[in-house]
Design a protein around this ligand. Sequence first.
Ligand SMILES: *Cc1c(COP(=O)(O)O)cnc(C)c1O
Length: 404
Amino acid sequence: MLDIQAIRSHFPILTQTVNGKPLVYFDNAATSQKPQVVIDAISKYYSEINANIHRGVHTLSQLATDAYEVSRHTIQRHINAKHAHEVLFTSGTTHGINLVANGFTQFVKAGDAVMVSAMEHHSNIVPWQMLCERTGASLRVIPMNEKGELVLEEFEKLLDENVKIVSVNHISNALGTINPVKFIIDKAHAVGAAVFIDGAQASPHLSIDVQALDADFYAFSGHKMCGPTGTGILYGKEAWLNKLPPYQGGGEMIKEVTFEKTTYADLPHKFEAGTPHIAGGIVLGTAVDYLNSIGLDNIAAYEHELLEYGTQKLSEIEGIQLVGTAKEKASVLSFNLAGIHPYDVGTIVDKMGIAVRTGHHCAQPVMNAFCIPGTIRASFAFYNTKQEIDALIAAVKKAQMMLG
Ligand SMILES: *Cc1c(COP(=O)(O)O)cnc(C)c1O
């Protein structure tokens, strides 16, 4: 059992009032709040060890470099990567996807195919479309059913030797669906396709084992898992990272530079050009340690309780449409009220101090599939409570009365 009140006291922002009401923060799928240990670690870095990394013999530079590499090892253990140099620091999931989609330009040709699913975030669609435009490859899309689950028989039909890479999310940010990524990875490997997993929504809620999954690439964002914005991780299997060309050229990613020819640094530095977000990278390790101190299994179990409670309470409201009712779901509730625009509900709910997201959640194709302009989305974290869900239900009912 988690002591939720103790956990809440780790997050200073949760004591705020918004519009005169206690803040209820239900926009965790957009970004999570930060615990005091993370906030303090940022301040400590800039107060005590700020220096550029991998460059100086001086003491501070070595301290900063050590802390940065310690964080890389923390994250390596956290996702069970075989090697620390398979763990690349990025600015976020979007960066990781673009890095690989760009690198794949040389492995994909006209007539080949790239596969995504019908429930992807725009950042896991657009970079692959751009790859297709550059190469003449075609984009294949795994369909989903009316519950928001991938149709696996269709996926298998779409798979053949022309598919060079399959990129799907582990958990959908718009629907909460947890996808059977292990199944997808195994089937894709059987036809020789690589697999990229967008783990932006999974990393805050599930423990991840990239070796057990046998994922070729796995990306996530720091800011959705209690870490700083502008941080993220791209895991890639060593063999793939050695094959892929660098994404950006610059300092730190080279072995030797002459005007005739430049040779590239070994992993991971080949993919880490320029001065990175040093404080962010170090503190992402702090955030991972914090999550592990609570335990991702405990987090997943508690959030599932919140999901069931919220689903039950919301379903009791007349005229409610739940969008995304997959059997395997994370703590995301997307819904609509009959005849009312999601934006109007969001505005009224905000007046009552409750932060929800309204709109298409960077997943317009998902909204198109359900023939809706958007949804109201409440996404729960382990610091949320059933009382807060009650407040949301009351606010939604009030909005319905005012707008209905
Ligand atoms: C948030 C999110 C992204 C993009 O992450 P950034 O942090 O904005 O780079 C990609 N995919 C999914 C499923 C997401 O939830």
